[in-house]
Design a binder for this molecule. Sequence first.
Ligand code: DAH
Length: 348
Amino acid sequence: MSMPQAKIATLLGEGKKELASIKDASTLLTWETKYLGRKSELNEILKGLKDLSPEEKRLVGPVAQHARETLTTLHQEAAKRIEREGVDWDKEWIDVTAPGERIPAGHLHPITLLENEIADIFASLGFGVWDGPELEMEQNNFDSLNFPKDHPARDMQDTFWVKQDKHWKHTYLPRTHTSTVQVRYMQEHKPPIRIIVPGRIFRNEATDASHEHTFHQFECLMVDEPGKVTVATFKYIAETFFSRFFGKKIDIRLRPSYFPFTEPSFEFDISCVLCERKGCSVCQQTGWLEIGGAGMVNQKVFESVGYKRGAYQGFAWGFGLTRLAMMKYKITDIRLFMSGDLRFLKQF
Ligand code: DAH
């Protein structure tokens, strides 16, 4: 046997033997450098092949190649073995009783949470939840609700007017209140009616801590035969709802007001949830908080949806859901709700 072949055989034998006893990745790396690295003896032999005579080359070449392939395969197997055996079970044990790692997940928006809570309270009073589109026909936002064309009452609602498409059959606008859904619902249903409509609305308002151009309201509509749903019914439902919502006895106060779609119309206050009518900075020492509008549905609205005049009677209200959320969670800046600020949202 010539010299290189003997050397190769020795390298192969020693390499195999050493490899078998290796138990960790860093020793394996040292081994790899020693037997398969660029400066390894085996590589030197392979590099030196070109200087051998053709006769020697034919003999040594295949042996050296074979040795390299064998050591490479063995190295790969050892790497797999070490990876498998390398787990230190003393350190890697699993405590099945340990609390799980919290996987970050989103959650419902505070307004949605409130909508759900409100819907639950109303469900217990026999009310269902209804919905309508945010881009609404002028007809449903104003005309059917007895806002005469060019009547100043339309100015009560700062409307965002949108550019109309020439293919549209109606004039559309981002609804300025949820009262639109009263019309939609009554066009499709006959009394008895008991619904609430939580929804997003849009007003062309300059924003500040208490004004926002996009906010949430919820409408309530209860209609039945004459005499069955009165102002007293409204007061009862309102008192029950607000008392449950705030978890304490809430009083209701009505003040005469004007809305085209109700007659009579009221401005609606609840007793201050903080000071219980003693007077504080939140209620500006009045003991009352303004909540929204309400009234007995105007017969003209009933007519516009196709009911016979005088056939039904009922009440409607429209309250600021966002305002309620501010009261409930003591939030002083309305803009936080639509800000998408996670520092705010994560608190709910
Ligand atoms: N839609 C009115 C607004 O946004 C609020 C309102 C007042 C709704 C009286 C009603 C109502 O249903 O009866 O200003």
